[in-house]
Each structure stands twice: as structure tokens, then as C-alpha cells.
Design a protein around this ligand. Sequence first.
Ligand code: AMP
Ligand code: ZN
Length: 117
Amino acid sequence: MTAPSECLFCRIVDGSIPANIVHRDETLVAFRDIDPKAPLHVLIVPTRHIATLNDLSAGDDALVGSMFRRAAVIASEHGYAERGYRTVFNCNREAGQTVFHVHLHLLAGRGLNWPPG
Ligand code: AMP
Ligand code: ZN
């Protein structure tokens, strides 16, 4: 596991790397993706360092639920609740995970192809 001090998203959570933050509470931070793949592209991350989906435990169920519920709130705040949006977790190499701190992608604002690439 990446040491949190070396983890990009831990550093965004602690404020030592700037980000365009759209939501912050005790357990979650949500910020704009630096290389957006849709008009709205937000990453929702737990404040606690968890490397991948494989590292979640039963005690994290409420945390994961809150990530999805926050995605729905942010989508709604930006006017996409009815139009539609996508939420994605990438896990490990073949799924394209590049930052090893769990994050939920929220994408909206254009037609999103299915299946994804
Ligand atoms: P993934 O490929 O699922 O691990 O997603 C990592 C995401 O983090 C990518 O969409 C990147 O564009 C995004 N990203 C990388 N560095 C930053 C940063 N400093 N601030 C915001 N988003 C970032
Ligand atoms: Zn981290």
C-alpha cells in the first residue's frame, strides 16, 4: 500500500496539494478531476487512505454507501439527476486505476457509451 504521505489523494485531503473541492466532510472529500472526461467529472474519495476496492472491509460498507449517495447529491446539484450520470470505480491495472487511493468517478454532461472501453 502507498504510504499516505506519498499518496496524491491523501495530500489533496490534507490540503497540501490544491484541488477544486466541491464537498468536504469528516469522511469524504469530492473534487474536480484535473483531466475531465466529461463536462462534470468529480472524484469522491474517503479521507482515510484505502488503496483499492480489494482493501475494503465490512466495516467500510457505510462509507462506500455514502460515496454513492454523495455522487447522487453532487449530480443533482449540477442538474444531472434526471438527464443521467455514471459512477465508476476502477480497480487495479487492467481497469486503468492510476491513483491507489479509492475514488469514485462521477461523470455527467454528455452521452456516455456502453460498454465502456
Ligand atoms: P483512475 O485512473 O481511476 O485511478 O483515476 C485517477 C484520476 O485522477 C484520473 O481521472 C486523473 O485525471 C485524476 N487526477 C490525477 N491527478 C489529479 C489531481 N492532482 N487533481 C485531480 N485529479 C487528478
Ligand atoms: Zn491516500
